[in-house]
Write a protein that binds this ligand. Sequence first.
Ligand code: DQA
Length: 152
Amino acid sequence: MPEHRVLVLNGPNLGRLGARQPEVYGSMTLLELGQVVTDQAEKLGLTAEVRQTDGEAELVSWLHEAVDTHSDVVLNPAAFTHYSYALHDAAVLVPEAGLTLIEVHISNPYAREIFRHTSVISSVATGVIMGLGIDSYLLALTAIAKRLPSSR
Ligand code: DQA
């Protein structure tokens, strides 16, 4: 069976999960989230690679890598969601290459501060899942698995 690779990319401050505002983001660390996500991916026949960076340039380069390696993407852009046109411009390349890009959020940004009500990524994402904790990631993987053309 061919390998279906998914890059699960996390933006700034998500490396602090577990310690960062647990009332908003829960008590799971990024390491634990990564384990749950990779296990679920395996069950779905996917190979997930979970990464986190605080840097916009690195996140942009990972989106380019997704295009070059034909990987689908689960993207939690974190605060970059709300203002990074560089990330928007990189994200659009993923669906343009025929790949799936799901924007995810642990919290529901629309239930929070006004500045979080804008996403510059959603308009180019294949789909958006938010407010469901780590299930946002797991549902994104399910969506990716269901969308896979059998030949890819
Ligand atoms: C977040 C929501 C963003 O507004 C915030 O900046 C984050 C995390 C989420 O997963 O709920 O860092 O993307």
